[in-house]
Write a protein that binds this ligand. Structure first.
Ligand code: PRP
Ligand code: MN
Ligand code: MG
Length: 193
């Protein structure tokens, strides 16, 4: 698996340092609030969510949603649907949506409006990576919600730290660029996160 990586973009140490900084900011912003719900977007956000919440010094609820927009391949179909909804009731609660990457923005835009319609009093987004160069959809935070991001990602197909290609590579502890020969020849696969 390591041999499939052309180049490492962020090492394990760089990731962990950046998560400490993000957590420090969240600690300031949420310390005085009622416990927020941190909502991970399965599956990609699982690794980041687990590392992030363990750095927080205030109580949080944790929940997950699942959104279907990419199939087994890599093309976004542009209209994500929520295939597994929250377990917790978000009405009147502060929500922090946790993502591994915001790419076109379709997934997060769909989720922000979903949470707003369920009556969340604020919706923030905390994404490990942000790839603004590929944005197709704009989205606004709800209430006093803020947008937090770990790193701005250049337009490469990246894997690791939760992010997959064809459901593999999620458990790499760093973020890397996949060698083209690893996805070449797989029908329908044009790597895009
Ligand atoms: C990936 C990633 C984000 C989304 C970002 O998830 O984890 O959730 O795509 O893309 P967008 O901004 O263009 O919508 P994916 O649908 O591949 O599911 P996964 O998390 O299970 O890999
Ligand atoms: Mn995802
Ligand atoms: Mg994926």
């Amino acid at each position: 698996m390591e041999g499939d990586i052309e180049r490492v973009l962020w090492s394990e140490d760089q990731i962990s340092n950046r998560i400490c900084e993000l957590a420090a900011q969240l600690n300031v912003d949420f310390m005085a609030a009622t416990p927020p719900i941190f909502v991970g977007v399965a599956t990609g956000a699982a690794v980041f969510l687990a590392d992030l919440v363990r750095r927080l010094s205030f109580p949080v609820y944790i929940d997950f949603v699942r959104v279907g927009s990419y199939g087994f391949g890599t093309q976004s179909n542009g209209s994500p649907t929520i295939t597994s909804d929250l377990k917790l009731d978000v009405s009147g609660k502060h929500v922090v949506l946790v993502e591994d990457i915001v790419d076109t923005g379709n997934t997060i835009a769909r989720l922000v409006s979903h949470l707003e319609s369920k009556g969340a009093s604020s919706v923030s987004v905390c994404t490990f990576l942000d790839k603004p160069s590929r944005r197709k959809t704009t989205f606004d935070m709800v209430g006093k919600g803020k947008f937090y991001r770990g790193f701005e990602c250049p337009d490469y197909f990246v894997v690791g730290y939760g992010m997959d290609f064809a459901e593999l590579y999620r458990n790499l502890p760093y973020v890397g660029v996949l060698k083209p020969e690893c996805y070449r020849g797989i029908a329908g696969n044009q790597p895009q996160n």
